[in-house]
Design a protein around this ligand. Structure first.
Ligand code: RP5
Length: 162
């Protein structure tokens, strides 16, 4: 299976990114995680992204807060799909959200919600599952589990109301 690259702009993003690690581990998806900054270590970020495909990665998850250019810079240097997680660091995360989601035509960053770690990991899994049946089965099981929990909640609500 291809690896997921999990790149964050600072170790201060780790509390959110731990959730990405957990979800990827739950799916048994191999990943590498690095701290790299579009502003503080631009050369390292560009170098990593340029070589990501040949180094066995299939998806890049990039998280950053404030003027969050990391996902866009990584996307500019690779044809791998890039999933952006805007981190709530300043301005309630709106600055990071807009910096990630408003990419110019030609350089998409698939942006999830502010601090949306779980969905970033699930989306990465879904991208890899396009060519991996056993991963697709795990995702199907996850959806069935979620549905069962909602039905259980509805049953409880009906009991309460009756
Ligand atoms: C961004 O600036 C990082 O992704 C982080 O969310 C924010 C603050 O970084 P630190 O000053 O905590 O290193 O680049």
């Amino acid at each position: 299976m291809k690896k997921v690259a999990v790149i964050m702009g600072s170790d201060s993003d780790l509390p959110v990114m731990e959730k990405v690690f957990k979800k990827l581990k739950d799916f048994s998806i191999p990943f590498e995680a690095h701290v790299m900054s579009a502003h503080r270590t631009p050369d390292r970020a560009v170098e990593f992204s340029k070589n990501a495909r040949k180094n066995g990665f299939g998806v890049i998850i990039a998280a950053a807060g404030m003027a969050a250019h990391l996902a866009g810079v990584l996307a500019a240097c690779s044809t791998l799909p890039v999933i952006g997680i805007p981190i709530k660091s300043s301005l309630d995360g709106l600055d990071a959200l807009l910096a990630m989601v408003q990419m110019p035509p030609g350089i998409p960053v698939g942006t999830v919600a502010i601090d949306g770690a779980d969905n970033a990991a699930i989306l990465a899994a879904q991208i890899l599952a396009v060519s991996d049946e056993s991963l697709a089965e795990k995702l199907t099981a996850m959806k069935a589990d979620m549905a069962a929990k909602v039905i259980e909640k509805d049953n409880k609500l009906q009991e309460k109301l009756s």
